[in-house]
Design a binder for this molecule. Structure first.
Ligand SMILES: [Zn+2]
Length: 316
């Protein structure tokens, strides 16, 4: 296994509005520092390379990319919180823009493609530790701390080279509304997500079980919404079903949207998974014997993230 580490220490959002109150934004570089140290002790680190922007534009239209750039420039030394969601193209009040947002999102794009490129060369396991995360970003709408959809960009990049079926398994506590939406009608990129039920939790707007895809993609989108406070016993039932789906579709590449906010100590997620529970998760994914790209999504408690990563990658 190899890894890419690009957490963009220069990008530190401080604000968000949660339940009508201004609170501290948890999407900061510190959350991943211990995970990087752990990986540095065990695996080879690949330096981030630069890629042309055409793969970014294959998911996000140019006007949207330029819009995020302009918002970043406008932020100067302040942080912009969206006021008119449809005009600002940000769907929630938890996603401020700073003058570093655009650069950080581009650096995460390059880190993601560095990992995807390495996966195609090694056909093994690659872990991209980066931020801002991506799975809440739709083609032309930011949200949930996400601006460009890293997992979707990786999928399109890999697909452009191998043209074979890809599965995306989203293990973040929150439903990846952006990734689902991007591939909802695409039968070749299968999306599977296990998450806190949107009846109770962010992103509220999607992640229900009856969202199964549309058009040619009908039957290639799978949601496993779980109740808050779920323990491993309940989680594992959904996890086994997700693995069965992967077995059925036999993808050439697996992309895992890896959020550690399912850990019981996470401040943003509401499951009761403990460090040890991440061990069988990692083991079973390894047992699939499919080249796998892990891309960091959430996880906001740095000790919990370390514990989850330590156990998850125990056997890699
Ligand atoms: Zn999350």
């Amino acid at each position: 296994m190899k890894f890419v580490a690009q957490i963009n220490e220069y990008y530190i959002p401080t604000l968000e509005i949660d339940n009508g109150k201004l609170v501290k934004n948890p999407e900061v570089p510190e959350r991943l520092e211990e995970v990087i140290k752990l990986m540095e002790n065990k695996y080879d680190k690949i330096p981030t390379k630069k890629f042309p922007l055409n793969f970014l534009y294959s998911i996000h239209p140019k006007w949207y990319v330029n819009h995020i750039k302009k918002l970043s420039e406008k932020a100067l030394n302040n942080e912009l919180l969206p006021e008119v969601f449809l005009k600002d193209r940000i769907f929630d009040s938890g996603t401020p823009i700073t003058n570093k947002t655009f650069n950080a999102a581009i650096d995460a794009y390059n880190a993601t493609l560095t990992g995807a490129n390495e996966l195609l060369n090694s056909k093994e396991y690659v872990y991209v530790i980066t931020r801002p995360p991506g799975h809440h970003a739709d083609i032309d709408m930011a949200g949930g701390y996400c601006f460009f959809n890293n997992a979707a960009i990786a999928a399109i990049f890999i697909k452009s080279i191998i043209n074979e079926r890809i599965c995306i398994l989203d293990l973040d506590f929150h439903h990846g509304n952006g990734t689902q939406s991007i591939f909802y009608e695409n039968p070749e990129i299968i999306y599977i997500s296990i998450h806190g039920t949107p009846e109770m939790y962010f992103p509220w707007i999607s992640g229900f079980q009856d969202e199964t895809g549309a058009g040619k993609g009908l039957g290639t989108n799978f949601n496993f919404p779980l109740k808050g406070n779920s323990y491993w016993n309940d989680y594992n039932i959904a996890f086994e079903k997700a693995l069965d789906i992967i077995h059925k579709f036999l993808p050439s590449v697996l992309i895992v949207s890896l959020g550690f906010d399912t850990h019981t100590k996470d401040p943003m997620g509401y499951f009761n998974l403990f460090g040890e529970d991440f061990k069988p998760m990692g083991n079973e994914i390894k047992n699939l014997k499919i080249p796998t790209l892990f891309i960091q999504e959430g996880g906001y408690n740095k000790e919990a993230n370390y514990e989850a990563a330590f156990n998850f990658f125990n056997n890699f």
